[in-house]
Structures are given as C-alpha cells and as structure tokens.
Design a protein around this ligand. Structure first.
Ligand SMILES: Cc1cc2nc3c(=O)[nH]c(=O)nc-3n(C[C@H](O)[C@H](O)[C@H](O)COP(=O)(O)OP(=O)(O)OC[C@H]3O[C@@H](n4cnc5c(N)ncnc54)[C@H](O)[C@@H]3O)c2cc1C
Ligand SMILES: *[C@@H]1O[C@H](CO)[C@@H](O)[C@H](O)[C@H]1NC(C)=O
Ligand SMILES: *[C@@H]1O[C@H](CO)[C@@H](O)[C@H](O)[C@H]1NC(C)=O
Length: 544
C-alpha cells in the first residue's frame, strides 16, 4: 500500500530520511544568509541549491526559468515515481541550455544540484525527473526549424525536443520519412535516442540510434559539441543509448528514406510457440521480406484493458481479438508491407509468396490496408480510446527484456506457461531482431547473441484496485519473472532498465561498464545529468 501511495521504495525512503536530517541541520545554520525565499524552497532544500537558483534567476534567457507550477515535471507515463524539481527551464535556444548547465557546473563542485532533460515525460520510472533539482523542458526548444535535405542520402535536422509524429508529418511533405520507429510516435527525439528506439523495423534498419548521422550535444560541462561517426565520435557513441548521462541532445540529423503511401497490415495466429518463433526468425532472415515484423502473446484473454494496442483496422473491425482464447495461449505474428497504390498487385504477390511459407493456423489470417501515417500512429488510436475511459493516466509498471534466442524457449515455457495466468493487464510484445548490422559502439546494452528477442510486458494497473489489476500484483509478477531469469541464469538484459544501486547498473552494463564510467568522467564529471536513472549517485562509496 505504501508503495502504491507514495511510489518510494524502501531504499529511497531510507536515503530520504538520511538526507532530510543532514539538510535540516544545514538549513538551520545557513538559512539566514541564503537569500533564498521562494515558496518552492522547503526545509529540506540544500542551501547550495538556493544559491544556484538565485544566481540562475539573475541570468537572462531567451526562454525562461519557472519556479512555480512545476508539478507536471514530477510525473511520467509510468506514474509510479514522483520527485518534484525546484525549477524548470523552458529553453528557447541552445545557449539557454548551455548557459544553465555551465552555471550549475561552475557552482557545482560542492553542490548536489542535478539537471534532467525532460522530453515528452513518457519515461516509466522517474528517469526524466530531478528531485530538488532542475528540469529542462526540451519541447520548449523549438529551433532550429526542421530542415530537410533531399538527394542520395536524405536527412532531416530536428530539435532534440521534437516529437516523432511531427517529424513524420513534415518529412512526408517531401515524400520522405525516417526508417526506424517506436510503436508510439508522441515521444521526443532526445528521449528515444537516449534509450534506443526499438520497433518492428529494427530487424532491418537497426534501432533509431542506428539511423542518426549527427548530433549536437550540450555536455555536463555546458559545452556545445557537434558529433558524428567522423567528428567527436566517442561523444556521439556515448550519447546514443546513453540514458542522458553524457549530454543533452539539442539537435539530431536523422536519416530518411522514400516514404510509402500505404501499408498492408497482417496478423496471423499460432498456438505453438516453436512454430511461431521459427516463422518470425525465418522472416527476419530473408533479404526480401516484410518491412515491419512484431508479434504478441495472448493468454486467456479476458478483462478490461484488452483493447490496448489490439485495435487493428478502424474501418473494418475484423480483428484478431474476435478470436477467443479462453484458457489458452496464442501467439500473434504481426507483419506489414509498405507500398505505393500503383504497385498493389506486385506487393500482393510478394505477400502471398511470403505467407505461403508460414505455418500459422489457416483461418486466422487477418489482412488490412491503411495509410502509412495510420499505421505508424496506430497506438495513438488506442490512447484516445483509453483516455476516454480514464485508463491512460494509470500506473504503468512496464517490464522490457532482451532475451537471447537460445534462451527464449525456456523463458516462454516458464513465463507464459506458468507465471502469467492471462494477459488482461496489457499486451506482451515479442519479436526477434538480428543485431549483426547494429552499431555496437553505442552505449546500448544488448545480449551477446546475434539474434535476440524483445519481450515487452506493457501492463497497466487500475488505481486503487486490489487483486490482479493492482500495481502490487503486477510489480510482484515482474519480480517473479526477473527472479526466474536470474535463477535460470538467463543472459537477459533489461531495456528501459531501472535500478536503485550502482552494483545493479554495473551488472547491467557488464563489460561495457568501464567505458561507461570513463565516458561519464569525460563528459559529465560532476554527474549533474539525468539523475533519475540512479547510476551515479553522490552518496555511498561507489560514486565517482
Ligand atoms: C506508449 C509508449 C510506447 C512506447 N513504445 C516504444 C517502442 O516501441 N520502442 C521503444 O524503444 N520505446 C518505446 N517507448 C519508450 C520510450 O522510448 C521511452 O519511454 C522514452 O524515454 C520516452 O521519450 P520521452 O521523449 O517522453 O523521454 P523522457 O521520458 O522525457 O526522457 C527519457 C530519458 O531521456 C532523457 N532525455 C530526454 N530528452 C533528452 C535529450 N534531448 N537529450 C538527452 N537526454 C534526454 C531524460 O532525462 C530521461 O532520462 C514507449 C513509451 C510509451 C509511453
Ligand atoms: C481464464 O480466465 C477466466 C476468467 O478470468 C478464469 O475463470 C479461468 O480460470 C482462466 N483459465 C485458465 C486456464 O487460467
Ligand atoms: C544474422 O545476420 C547475419 C548477417 O546478415 C547472418 O550471417 C546470420 O546468419 C544471422 N543470424 C541468424 C541466427 O539468423
């Protein structure tokens, strides 16, 4: 119950008490001469934070610094962690950001003031929050205007705070579009590039971090640096998948391709897991194959949140969800082929050919044709429906795992066959990728095998409920899944991971940990940036 109401773990509460005692002492000694009397400052505000804020307030910005009404910056899509900042910067220019960070850096060596870039706030566990620190609202950074370069290697230059949906709309005007996506487009460039950006195109093009030509970054020292494969390459690789630890992405140059107009969208069902994964692996191994390949698990599907992401073709409601799975487990393979309307015939032949090689349950072939935008923005349709029912702003205790191909059967047997009783709390995505052509120099951590599966438990908990729809129940289920992985010694990596100790992070990064720490020293030596991940905390003996 305490967990649900306050969103703090035991660990956090202990640190909190420790900090509070220290700070009250500090406060009693220094308040008189702090010059810090804003209403957001409380008795636990470290005195140095007040000083930094006061001097920041005297700076002139193209945008502005806000000390009031910042509660939203303590919220995210996960809706589990809530840590309010002291101030929010609404930058209009890159120099607003660099000036701010330089300022905190210069004052910073004896302060604990942290800075978090906030994209669209769709993190799951407070990753874009800065407790008693400063949040930079990246969506305010509108400039530079999106610039599209056509030609042999087309690209678009966008602000780090831009939403992917806006990039899609803008580039389509030139008949172009980015190659690699996330399932949901109302996320920012800086937010997804800090993680990876993995979706049904990643088997072909790699994740979004593989499709970037250049970045402009403000480091943890406040320096503005342009970087790419050829220029400041180490910073470039650090920042991609770097969890915001090395700098703030203010501009990205994203690779484009000619955009299709239409999408053939296909779903088929399997009852046998091995047949399902064999077909998925077959499809991603072909040169001439679908443009998008995903899949999901359906276990004894009943319950209120089923509609999430299962809506298919809004015009023709022939849906996989009509297929009842009472008491049974099914696996749905989801594929898409892009095309231009005048190429429909050739496309259909190609699709028939591919489908003829698959071993799904024959009567479960669901076909639909939608526009490219409808296809890419499909989750937004579910969002609107869930919002209307008050089921969007609920808790989202999501768990994302990357599982080596050699271990996926053991995993499925135990997790889908035993731990989970049904999928009524939200969809479980499952699809393979082959990472041989992914850039291995980025900060992203993946399992070591070429082929691994993304398994995403996209659960929602109903507020103030008990039993199987409650946050506690789902968190406990996540724990059982992770416990199984560690007892069975599966070489699983979490995606969008969240840990509370540096030891856990060290295990997560494995052989990449040393380089990660080195890069932190080089680009954010005071560990100012992205504190919500809890990788580099000042307290404790392992901090840098
Ligand atoms: C409905 C939904 C569907 C999703 N689907 C997918 C999916 O298909 N594939 C996938 O890979 N992910 C997916 N995600 C996860 C998503 O990529 C992450 O949650 C991402 O962090 C959200 O982006 P955001 O712009 O809201 O970032 P935020 O949550 O605001 O920030 C994320 C992290 O990046 C840092 N950050 C933000 N902006 C910048 C910047 N400009 N420079 C440096 N650091 C920055 C923040 O400090 C924070 O640590 C999904 C999330 C949701 C809610
Ligand atoms: C499937 O769900 C129904 C309704 O929640 C439940 O009564 C039934 O026991 C479940 N079946 C299995 C095999 O878990
Ligand atoms: C992964 O891709 C590489 C390069 O295309 C290929 O050689 C390899 O066989 C693939 N691995 C699997 C398991 O399909």
């Amino acid at each position: 119950m305490a967990l649900k109401l306050f969103g703090f773990s035991k660990h956090v509460i202990f640190s909190f008490i420790k900090i509070t005692i220290l700070l009250i002492l500090n406060f009693m000694i220094k308040k008189a001469d702090s010059g810090c009397n804003n209403s957001v400052i409380t008795s636990i505000t470290p005195i140095q934070h007040c000083e930094i804020l006061t001097s920041l307030q005297s700076q002139s910005f193209d945008g502005h610094l806000s000390l009031q009404d910042n509660e939203y910056a303590a919220k995210d899509f996960g809706n589990i962690h809530h840590f309010p900042p002291l101030a929010v910067l609404h930058p209009k220019t890159v120099s607003d950001i660099s000036r701010t960070i330089k300022h905190v850096f210069e004052k910073g060596s004896n302060s604990e003031m942290k800075v978090a870039a906030r994209g669209h706030g769709h993190s799951l566990q407070g990753q874009a929050q800065a407790h008693q620190g400063l949040v930079i609202k990246m969506e305010s950074l509108k400039g530079p205007e999106m610039k599209i370069q056509t030609g042999e290697f087309p690209y678009v230059d966008v602000s780090g705070g831009e939403l992917w949906i806006n990039i899609l709309r803008e580039t389509l005007d030139y008949g172009l579009a980015p190659k690699s996506w996330t399932d949901y487009l109302h996320l920012t460039v800086g937010g997804t590039l800090s993680n990876a950006g993995i979706s049904g195109q990643a088997f072909k093009h790699g994740p979004q971090i593989n499709n970037v030509f250049q970045l402009e970054v403000v480091t943890g020292k406040g320096e503005v640096v342009t970087c790419s494969e050829n220029q400041n390459a180490d910073l470039f690789h650090s920042v991609l998948g770097g969890l915001g630890q090395f700098g703030i992405i203010t501009r990205a140059r994203i690779s484009l391709e000619p955009a299709p107009k239409m999408v053939k969208w296909i779903r088929v069902l399997y009852s046998d897991f091995s047949t399902f994964t064999r077909d998925q692996e077959y499809l991603i191994s072909l040169k001439d194959t679908f443009d998008y390949i995903e899949g999901f698990v359906i276990i004894n599907r009943t319950g209120i949140l089923n509609s999430w992401r299962l809506s298919f073709d809004p015009k023709d409601p022939l849906q996989a969800s009509q297929f009842s799975s009472d008491g049974k487990t099914f696996y749905c393979l989801e594929m898409a082929k892009y095309f231009k309307p005048d190429e429909a015939e050739v496309m259909n032949q190609g699709v028939d050919q591919l489908l003829s090689k698959l071993s799904y349950i024959q009567p479960t072939l669901f076909l639909s044709e939608v526009s490219y935008v409808e296809f890419l923005d499909r989750v937004h349709v579910s969002e609107m429906k869930l919002r209307a029912k008050g089921l969007w702003d609920v808790h989202h205790p999501w768990l994302n795992l990357l599982i080596p191909r050699s271990e996926i059967h053991d995993f499925a047997k135990q997790v889908f066959g035993n731990i989970l009783k049904d999928t009524s709390n939200g969809p479980i995505l499952i699809y393979p990728v082959n990472q041989t052509r992914w850039n291995s120099k980025t900060s992203l951590v993946t399992p070591e095998e070429d082929v691994f599966y993304l398994v995403a438990f996209l659960t929602s908990a109903i507020p103030f409920s008990s039993g199987e729809n409650s946050l506690e129940y789902i968190l406990n289920q996540n724990r059982r899944i992770l416990d199984f992985c560690s007892h069975a010694k599966l070489n699983v990596k979490q995606y969008l991971a969240h840990y509370t100790t540096q030891e856990e992070w060290q295990t997560h990064f494995g052989s990449k940990w040393g380089a990660f720490v080195e890069r932190k020293r080089a680009y954010d030596p005071l560990a100012l940036l992205a504190p919500g991940h809890r990788i580099f905390q000042k307290e404790g003996s392992t901090s840098i």
